[in-house]
Design a protein around this ligand. Structure first.
Ligand code: ARG
Length: 563
């Protein structure tokens, strides 16, 4: 289904003989959509905008679905949809699995690189944002018809392994490793690290362990494999809890054998050069990067994060034929991505490369979120606490529900609340992590939206007989029109959300939809009404439930039938 906005834009472009944009109005007094093209043209031609608008509306052919066009203010053209058209489009949504969301005209093959935690290091709140945002972008892109490969670029190789292996050999606690592997691996790393600080001999031993690992020493390779497997077990438990899946998880180590040949190739083609014993790619022609070369081989022969990322890009473009690669990684890595994207272009590889950055999560004291002992807060702890807190709320609200059902509802509410707190914020802003706020049933929260869905389901439970979609909608109350129009806006909101990687646009839309539904429900009795009015109101309820469920689903948030 093409959206109404697209329909209007194509009719307007026909009249204008040039592409033109139409936007939804914020205020119903100005109709449903408006355009400022007359003002833009007037400026270019030094003419009177209202006069241009008046000439233009004679030529815009929308009488089949709009009321006579209006000119407002300095020269806006306002479009007001005909009620029959709104009713007919809304009815059509009932038969549309996409609920009015159009499929992309040119589907792309998109690799989304997100989550990407590090082995033997705890997954922290920065990874929470990447994991939740990346998963949502993948769901939305798929819904729009793109082919998506989600790839977890785990940090499973690096200098930390010298210390981890040293710790493993000298002070490993097998019981602790069994009980909480990541915690124990981090302890091994930290303890070795602390020893290195005070004892150069141990630092040298750790380096030796690393060199042996890199040279393929069987014992060290075995220990490394063990740490990777143990970490994966825990990552997977978390992804299961979050209902997040990856198509691929080619960690950094996957590219090890490609790094040497890649650097050699870049050197022989002149793209990279030797500088003070190291190998760098210079970007002297790019003002922003002129004094910021990318280091791809250290003077001791070691490779870097950037080297692996270049090998990864090459793999994704050559093997997977990616049209686009999106990196959902925190803002502090912006320079790194600028450099490797510039290097990729230098190599002559083509794909639409995007770094999708985000801000921090703050504690209620507005400082970076930390545990009481000053550590990064682990994602697993956050999710466990979300469930526990949600369970308390569910048990209070609904003491009669069987325990197992309370648990299940608590899972859906708790995880949903954490995800929604993330997704309802503009990703670049830092947000305060507040349990009370995110778990509240009032305000712009997941529980509020999930509860709106539950309320609609309870209407259908009270319904005698099954709901069958009517053959026409009979709408008369302003609250019914408002709800129908809000439902139609879903199809425009979802693509817009992906356009700028802003899931908060979809979240805010769902919040407005729930509010519009509540106003409708207060003004218009559903089950107590009769005949065609009742059927139409039930249809609006059904569609609202479907859009809420689908929209929350795109945000990776589940709904329940009761709560
Ligand atoms: N492991 C990295 C970190 O924790 C993130 C990796 C992001 N992806 C990439 N291709 N560089 O900071």
């Amino acid at each position: 289904m093409t959206t109404i906005q697209t329909l209007l834009e194509s009719r307007l472009s026909e009249a204008l003989g040039a592409p033109a944009q139409v936007s939804a109005t914020a205020d119903a007094r100005f109709g449903d959509y408006q355009t400022n093209v007359a003002m833009v043209q007037a400026k270019a031609q030094r003419a009177n905008p209202r006069k241009i608008a008046a000439e233009l509306i004679e030529r815009i052919n929308v009488a089949d679905f709009c009321e006579p066009l209006e000119i407002a203010g300095a020269g806006f053209i306002n479009f007001r949809l005909k009620p029959e058209f709104v009713a007919q489009r809304t009815l059509a949504l009932l038969g549309d699995a996409q609920l009015g969301v159009p499929k992309a005209e040119k589907p792309q093959k998109i690799v989304i690189d997100f989550s990407s935690p590090n082995v033997a290091k705890p997954m922290h709140v920065g990874h929470i944002r990447s994991t939740i945002l990346g998963d949502t972008l993948a769901r939305i892109a798929r819904f729009l018809g793109h082919e998506v490969i989600t790839d977890n670029h785990v940090g499973d190789w690096g200098t930390q392994f010298g210390k981890v292996i040293y710790g493993w050999k000298h002070f490993r606690d097998d019981a602790a490793l069994e009980a909480d592997p990541i915690h124990e691996l981090v302890r091994l790393y930290k303890e070795a690290n602390a020893l290195c600080d005070s004892n150069p001999a141990i630092l040298a031993e750790c380096r030796e362990e690393l060199v042996k690992l890199q040279a393929g020493d069987p014992e060290n390779l075995g220990i490394w494999k063990n740490t990777v497997a143990l970490s994966w077990k825990e990552f997977e438990a978390m992804y299961n809890l979050l209902d997040i899946r990856f198509d691929e998880h080619l960690g950094e180590s996957f590219y090890n054998d490609d790094l040497g040949p890649l650097v050699d190739r870049l050197l022989s083609s002149g793209i990279a050069e030797v500088s003070e014993g190291a190998v760098c790619i210079f970007f002297r022609d790019l003002p922003a990067l002129a004094d910021k070369p990318a280091l791809i081989r250290k003077s001791d022969g070691g490779f870097l994060y950037a080297t692996t990322d270049l090998a990864t890009i090459e793999y994704r473009i050559k093997r997977w034929h990616a049209d686009a690669i999106w990196y959902v990684v925190g803002a502090p890595q912006a320079l790194h991505f600028e450099q490797i994207f510039a290097a990729t272009r230098r190599i002559g590889l083509e794909a639409n490369l995007k770094h999708i950055p985000f801000g921090s999560i703050l504690g209620e004291d507005r400082k970076l979120m930390k545990t009481r002992s000053g550590e990064n807060v682990g994602l697993r702890d956050v999710l466990e606490e979300a469930r526990t807190r949600a369970l308390k709320i569910v048990a209070e609200k609904n003491p009669g529900l069987p325990e197992a059902e309370q648990q299940e509802i608590a899972r859906v509410i708790g995880i949903g609340a954490v995800k929604y707190a993330e997704l309802s914020q503009f990703r670049m802003s830092d947000y305060v992590f507040s349990w009370d706020k995110m778990l509240s049933f009032q305000g712009n929260t997941a529980p509020y939206l999930q509860n709106a869905y539950v309320r609609i389901q309870s209407i259908f439970r009270k319904l005698e007989g099954k709901f069958t979609p009517p053959s026409a909608l009979t709408l008369s109350e302003p609250a019914e029109w408002a709800l129908a129009k809000k439902l139609l806006a879903f199809g425009e909101t979802v693509p817009e959300t992906l356009g700028d990687f802003r899931p908060n646009l979809l979240a805010n839309y769902l919040f407005e939809l729930a509010n519009t539904f509540h106003s409708f429900y207060e003004a218009c009795p559903v089950l107590k009404s009769e005949g065609a009015v009742r059927e139409s109101r039930l249809a609006l309820c059904e569609l609202t439930a479907r859009v809420l469920r689908s929209g929350l689903g795109l945000l990776g948030i589940e709904t329940t039938e009761r709560m």
